[in-house]
Design a binder for this molecule. Structure first.
Ligand code: GDP
Ligand code: MG
Length: 594
């Protein structure tokens, strides 16, 4: 155990975590440069494309210094606010963290939020200024920022470039020298923290763990404490580039277990794995992941519902933070009301359904989870506009609030204030981290973040603002259900829950946007936004005669077929509701209002 080090890399997104991880793996010859594929730890296509790490993973390196071999377990953590629970679980499996800061960007919001999580888990922090090869590197300034933030000494800060391979050996030396070896007793009852799991279609669920106490052996009958599930450890081992089976894994180390578990419900990340016949105690810190954003996911073709259900089940096996239940919509038929950690998570799930599972789906307006108290004092959790009780039966409604942290340059303070106050934000604090770096803290309703906040923040600051948030509980709010009517018919899938003070403006903009997005048809379409019986806005799409083949009547038959095919293609992401065709974009129009 003396020669094990468990560590992770924490950084703001794009500060070079994955690139540096690759260099560490190369330098320790964990992977030969011939097998070297950029960013080994991000092994999903989607992750590579989006440049973010979704699932935390672990990889073991052997590192020799002064003739002594060390086992270094690098645990990869996600870098986006939506996944902060996954970050916290991964951190709990480590004794130390490399705090990576981009030399040209300096400290950003997630640098700070991740640092707080790391400090909260008592990790030894090794500050690293990365990307020092860049022309825009501001080494002295960033050093000052780091010293100010964590109170370390100048000489504690390492300089590196993942791209050019500068400082890699120094980082590995610091990991060995500064991060404490794990403690624990290999003879005690087993206590292992389950910090991640993935689903493999051949092997079932593979769970990653960090052992605090005890030893796990192949064939052991293990118990998952929080769920009570018991399974045989069919295979255990350590994580190199792939899975390496072992007969046993001991306290201090990181490994994997395969039990033939087919249901994600039994494998809750944050749970403790122990031996059924000689159980240890739960490792504290287990928390159920709570979805923050809800939306409907429906098959484009109603007949595909059963197939979509299979896919949702499989997806949930490898993403336990996804929740879903069956939802019926008058407009869209059978589908699922899904709970996501945030908007990015929602986007990722939709893309994975399409790419990995070959499903074409319609996603509806996302909303946060409200709480409605009825006049009879019942408490109703509202994850779907359709679940909001009749207004006459409502005593009050509460909405989730967050504490938002924004870090920016002083010249953008004005724009950010306007944006956040316009979104019902309350400024709590403004402080200069350095003369050129300001931190603004707001309390804001989460629902305002769900609609278009990120895009606005980006455009109002030319990208020079970073953002992070934590939930701070529920507060009373005047929330109304806004319905959209097409030719007088309510389309439930377009309903949204919104603060009453915003309803008029929101309704007007939404109608305008829908006018843009709905294709013209052979008859007129009236678009109305209403709260209860009160119509707040109206737009009209005039009729159009549309027969794409008319033009080539009697002409070239293959051209005619091509046109028909093209028209069919265009229909793919549409749903026919009443007599109106609605494209996918229209269901998410609320996210794109100006
Ligand atoms: P992550 O989001 O923290 O995992 O960051 P990545 O490793 O994906 O890197 C983000 C971007 O920065 C990519 O375009 C990298 O090529 C680039 N990058 C990473 N490390 C360095 C570095 O040391 N120097 C320079 N110049 N670019 C880097
Ligand atoms: Mg990455």
């Amino acid at each position: 155990m003396k020669h094990i080090r468990n560590f992770c890399i924490i950084a703001h997104i794009d500060h070079g975590k994955s690139t540096l991880a690759d260099r560490l793996l190369e330098h320790t010859k964990t992977i030969g440069s011939r097998d070297m594929m950029n960013q080994v730890l991000d092994d999903m296509d989607l992750e590579r494309e989006k440049g973010i790490t979704i699932k935390s993973k672990a990889i073991q390196m052997d590192y020799v210094i002064n003739g002594q071999q060390y086992t270094l377990n690098l645990i990869d953590t996600p870098g986006h606010v939506d996944f902060s629970y996954e970050v916290s679980r991964a951190l709990a499996a480590c004794e130390g963290a490399l705090l990576l800061v981009d030399a040209s960007q300096g400290i950003q919001a997630q640098t700070i939020s991740n640092l707080y999580l790391a400090i909260g888990n008592d990790l030894e922090i090794i500050p690293v200024i990365n990307k020092i090869d860049m022309d825009g590197a501001m080494i002295p300034e960033v050093k000052d920022q780091i010293i100010e933030l964590i109170g370390c000494k100048d000489e504690d800060i390492l300089l590196a470039s993942g791209k050019s391979g500068i400082g890699i050996e120094e980082i590995l030396q610091a990991v060995v020298a500064r991060i404490p070896a794990p403690e624990g007793n290999a003879e005690a009852p087993l206590e292992a923290l389950l910090f991640d799991s993935v689903f493999n279609s051949f092997r079932g669920i593979i769970a990653y763990f960090r052992i605090y106490n005890g030893t796990i052996r192949k064939g052991d009958k293990v118990r998952f404490l929080a769920t009570g599930a018991e399974y045989e450890a069919a295979e255990i081992g350590v994580l190199k580039l792939g899975l390496e089976p072992r007969k046993e894994v001991k306290a201090g180390d990181v490994g994997y277990i395969i039990t033939g578990i087919k249901t994600a419900k039994d494998v809750k990340v944050g749970d403790t794995i122990t031996i059924a016949s000689n159980p240890g105690n739960a490792i504290q810190g287990f928390e159920e992941v709570k979805p923050m954003v809800f939306a409907g996911i429906f098959p484009v073709v109603t007949e595909d519902f059963e197939e979509l259900r299979d896919c949702m089940e499989k997806l949930q096996l490898n993403d336990a933070s996804l929740t879903y239940e069956i939802e019926t919509s008058q407009a869209l038929g059978f589908g699922f009301r899904c709970g996501f950690l945030g908007l990015l998570h929602m986007e990722i799930i939709q893309e994975r359904l399409e790419r990995e599972f070959n499903q074409t789906v319609i996603t509806t307006v996302p909303n946060v989870s409200f709480i409605a108290y009825t006049t009879r004092d019942e408490k109703i959790i509202v994850n779907n506009p359709a679940e909001m009780p009749d207004p006459v039966k409502i005593d009050r409604v509460e909405e989730p609030f967050i504490r938002a942290q924004i870090i920016t340059l002083p010249e953008y303070i004005g724009n950010i204030m306007t944006l956040c106050l316009g979104k019902r934000g309350i400024l709590l604090n403004q402080s200069y981290l350095t003369p050129t770096r300001v931190e603004l803290i707001f309390e804001m309703p989460l629902t305002e973040i769900v609609f278009d906040f990120y895009d606005k923040l980006k455009s109002n600051t030319r990208g020079y603002a970073s953002f992070d948030y934590t939930p701070i509980g529920y507060r009373e709010a005047d929330i109304a259900k806004m319905d959209i009517l097409l030719n007088g018919d309510k389309v439930d899938a377009l309903s949204a829950l919104i603060h009453r003070s915003r309803a008029q403006d929101f309704g007007r903009k939404l109608c305008e946007k829908l006018k843009e997005l709905l294709p013209r048809q052979q008859f007129m379409i009236a678009i109305q936004a209403a709260v209860g019986a009160k119509v707040l806005a109206r737009e009209t799409i005039s009729a159009m005669r549309k027969d794409v083949t008319a033009k080539c009547y009697g002409g070239d038959i293959s051209r005619k077929r091509k046109l028909l095919e093209k028209q069919k293609e265009g229909k793919k992401r549409m749903r026919q509701i009443g007599n109106v065709e609605i494209p996918q974009e229209a269901f998410l129009a609320v996210l794109k209002l100006d």
